[in-house]
Design a protein around this ligand. Sequence first.
Ligand code: WT7
Length: 566
Amino acid sequence: MSNIGSYADRVKGFSWAISEQELGYQPGGIINIGWHLSDRLCQKGLAAKKALLWEDHQGTEKTFTFDDVRVLSNTFAVFFQKLGIEPGERICLFMDRVPELYIGFAGILKMGAIAQPLFSAFREESLDTRLENAATTAVLTQKKHLPVVRKIRPQLPHLKYVIVVDAGDAPLREGEIAFDMDSATRVERFEVFPTKAETPSVLHYTSGTTGQPKGAQHVHYSLISQYLTSKWVLDLQPDDVYWCNADPGWVTGTSYGIIGPWANGTTQAVLDSGFNTDRWYAFLQKHRITVWYSAPTAIRLLMREGTDAVRKYDLSSLRHLCSVGEPLNAEAVIWSQEAFGRPFHDTYWQTETGCIVITNVPGMQVKPGSMGKPFPGITATVLDLRTHEPITEPGKVGLIALRPDWPSLIRGYRNNPDGFAKKFVNGWYICGDRSSIDADGYYWFVGRDDDVINTGGHLVGPFEIESALLEHPAVAESAAVAKPDPVNMEVVKAFVALKPGFESSDDLELEIMNFIRKKLSPLAMPQEIEFVKSLPKTRSGKIMRRVLRAQEFGELIGDISTLEND
Ligand code: WT7
């Protein structure tokens, strides 16, 4: 029997108070995510239960119980306090998926600071923009990432501490501090900072179409949504071994790679290594994973290797599969049925929503290619593209919109109230995606409504790429758009107009690529540069990326009445 039971009954009788009661939260009282991921579980008798089964690419393994998570997160919290870091200050986690990332995250929240997780693959510019925007006080990192942090440090007056979790004997510079979780004096008792529902918790950066990446500010109350969606959608049960293969630099890796599952007392497995079919199957087999949360890009890569690759392993432990990040193709659902004997369940949400909002829950008939239905407690619709009124006609495409009344919706973009205000129309929160709803209430994803590129589930804004390109002396103007790709769904393609005196050539393309590689994260790197005489623009001079994008996708260009006359 699944945790959710009947979807229809849950929708009818729904109240978020169900989750509040299960978590023992009293409205108006204290709610601290860090405490809920550790102390509370120990109080409930799960102290000796395994919380984390960790493995790296060399096969090194470490195991932590919920009591270890409790004590070690206390240890982190006290260390931060002793440095003088105050509640509300930002502590950035800039690390690979090492145990210190997961446990440090809980420690930050316990002492009331804000956790700011960023991908360790970020290069100087991406890191700098986000640390500057957040006025981050401390960065928790590994030795191998120190060179990147050191380069930008002089530009960051707010950054007081760089904490290295694996310093060993490595020489550290002024303001760099070693913290070795394993040898630090274990702190058995710690008074958790009394955060309330609206106290800021996690700060995630998401790509915007224009301007800087946006800092999506979550609060401790998000736990109410993350706990219940983990229980009902991921269907986490006491004996499960769960694997979410997302990095916590991405919201999936925190909401469902730390918070939701641990709040449910679930044993999580973490593989600190990149994608590799055999390694992944071996990992599923070895840890007897039962519930797996993955993404379409990964599934497409696995599909390439076929079902023969699957048959080499005993994956009979798997009982529930979910996917997020991009549209889950119908073929992928059908293939997974064949390969694993069960379908992937699509889940749709965003950094801003904090939790799954539209999904196929266990027991619901899966229509391959559809995202499913709204999670109980989420009021969703699609709005007419022009009038912004809810569409009642089945099959008609509109903007996905949600009533902004569930616990984990972000409370704003940091330093950008206008950007956040723009997300609301007529009392609805607008996701920025298009979909239709069929006669049975299933949602069918159509595409994004803006210029943001979705590469392998990661949103990449054109702005950062174009800015990096513009710094090259030969580049006059540029536009970064999505181009279809069989594995990553979309990859970045850059159109570049050169300054007078420069000639396009393969050598110049290579030179520009090498130039921006130093500035951009691998995710944002264009796969291709096309040199053009000029870029399509509106009369007001705005680059019309959708014209270039349509060209790449072989689509009709649509309304170009505002296109500038040449
Ligand atoms: C955007 C949000 C979801 C948490 C991690 C990504 C796209 C996400 C699906 C899905 C089609 C999807 C949307 C959305 N997206 N899930 N199941 N089907 N598209 O969070 O980086 O904020 O990206 O990812 O375009 O708006 P994010």
